[in-house]
Design a binder for this molecule. Structure first.
Ligand code: PLP
Length: 449
């Protein structure tokens, strides 16, 4: 008989879970999920949970979405996979045409991989090689933001700045120049997001002045530093970043792995600043949360710097086994169809409003330092001292109390340290949002007493 207890116990014998100190599970039960439908997940004992975090930010249109299911079934009957070096296929051609169309400005050339980290590696390598191909072998460095996150592989980890993931591996990593984040959490009273973010531009310019000549690219997460605790900033910073990158001949890599596909209220976060990066990295929501696929979209100008006779060795000789997998591409196409059919970006405005109204009351909580929102991402930051925003020491793991409380109340919340956040699938209802807020409120009360 399979029930929660038996499957969890078996799992703990052989599965090594991601981002987990496995010893935690001596007293923290795993949640064995049997099936999902829409925003709901169901375990083997029949308990239900609202997936408030879209299964690590990937799910956009709910679990077991009929439209995506159908597209996947159809593609399975046609072609499950073929090598993308030397061969091509309809799903990858159509997806590339569509990505070229919906991404900003002159972004039009798509390179594929299987996850966000790999997309970051590709963007870093492409940027480096572009400059090398242009005769600028001196450009070997990168600039990143404090508190940024770009994935877990060695290169991607190098350009991130979340110490809990990174510090252990420091001896193995590239050393980027890290500039202060435009994040607005610690802004002065009365200071606007725009003013705060603008203030950080000077540091960026400083770094570019010092290192621009040897720098390939600046890499940022546009508008929201998600893994860094859903820290948010004003689009004006991206405008200034674009201007400075042009002035100092440095690429702008926009890591939209998490914020792309409507999360910030627009299809891509860069749109809110009216800027086009040199490389846009897409992952997570690209397949609506179904299958692993990522893309790096870049301009024809950059593409042309690699285009030459084979013997010139200017080509981008990078590959992954499943590059451009047809099933993944078909599912990504079905996801983009849903954006069209449902007029999702427009429809989400209602949900964004509901999220704003339902979370307003958290401002009154004596241990909430801030409630912040960018589009479909809302975060409530617990603080020991509301006025000074002094955080609870991370060792106290207050977020875990919220997590446990939520599981007992039909919600899967997964706080990042002291930050409780909602990043739900777009098929959530206002009532379900209200439920999440009630659960989070009680959980935060429990965690902060
Ligand atoms: C999740 C994430 C990545 C890494 O993507 P994976 O698919 O987990 O490798 C990179 N950048 C950002 C901003 C992310 O949120």
């Amino acid at each position: 008989m399979i029930n929660n207890q038996t499957i969890a116990a078996r799992g703990l014998q052989t599965v090594w879970h991601p981002c987990t100190q496995m010893k935690d599970h001596e007293d923290l039960p795993l949640v064995p999920i049997r099936r999902g439908k829409g925003v709901w997940l169901e375990d083997f004992d029949g308990n239900r949970y609202i997936d408030a975090i879209s299964s690590w930010w990937v799910n956009l249109f709910g679990h077991s979405n009929p439209h995506i299911n159908a597209a996947l079934k159809t593609q399975t009957e046609e072609l499950e996979h073929v090598i993308l070096a030397g061969c091509t296929h309809e799903p990858v051609v159509r997806l590339s045409e569509q990505l070229a169309q919906i991404t900003p400005g002159n972004l039009q050339r798509c390179f594929y991989a299987e996850n966000g980290s790999a997309a970051i590696e590709i963007a870093l390598k492409m940027s480096f090689q572009y400059w090398k191909n242009c005769g600028q072998s001196n450009k070997t460095e990168f600039i990143n933001l404090e508190n940024s996150y770009h994935g877990e592989t060695i290169g991607a980890l190098s350009v991130g700045d979340v110490s809990i993931f990174k510090d252990t591996y420091q001896p193995l990593l590239l050393r980027p120049h890290t500039v202060p984040s435009p994040d607005c959490y610690q802004r002065e009273t009365g200071e606007s997001w725009k003013e705060r973010s603008l203030q950080r531009v000077a540091d960026l310019e400083d770094a570019l002045q010092k290192h621009g000549e040897n720098t390939c690219a600046v890499i940022v997460e546009p508008l929201v530093q998600c893994a860094g605790g859903m820290r948010m900033y004003h689009p004006v910073y991206l405008r200034e970043l674009r201007r400075l990158c042009d002035a100092y001949h440095v690429h702008f890599i926009a890591d939209e792995c998490a914020v792309g596909f409507g999360r910030t209220g627009t299809m891509f976060a860069c749109e809110q600043a009216g800027v086009t990066p040199d490389f846009m990295c897409l992952a997570k929501g690209l397949t609506g949360g179904y299958l692993p696929l990522s893309a790096v979209v870049t301009s024809d100008e950059i593409y042309q710097a690699f285009y030459d006779d084979y013997e010139s060795l200017r080509g981008f000789l990078h590959s992954h086994s499943y590059t451009g997998n047809p099933l993944c591409c078909a599912v990504a196409l079905a996801t983009l169809e849903l954006f069209e059919q449902n007029n999702t970006i427009e429809q989400n405005k209602l949900l964004i409003d509901v999220l704003a109204k339902s979370t307003e009351r958290f401002n009154e909580h004596p241990h909430v330092g801030e409630v912040r929102q960018t589009g479909m991402i809302t975060a409530v930051e617990m603080a020991q001292d509301k006025e000074t925003k002094t955080p609870y020491p991370w060792q106290q793991r207050r977020g875990l109390t919220v997590y446990r409380h939520a599981l007992e109340n039909e919600a899967l919340l997964r706080p990042l340290g002291n930050v409780v956040y909602f990043m739900p699938p777009y098929v959530i209802t206002p009532e379900e949002i209200e439920h999440l807020c009630n659960v989070a409120w009680d959980g935060i009360c429990k965690a902060t007493t």
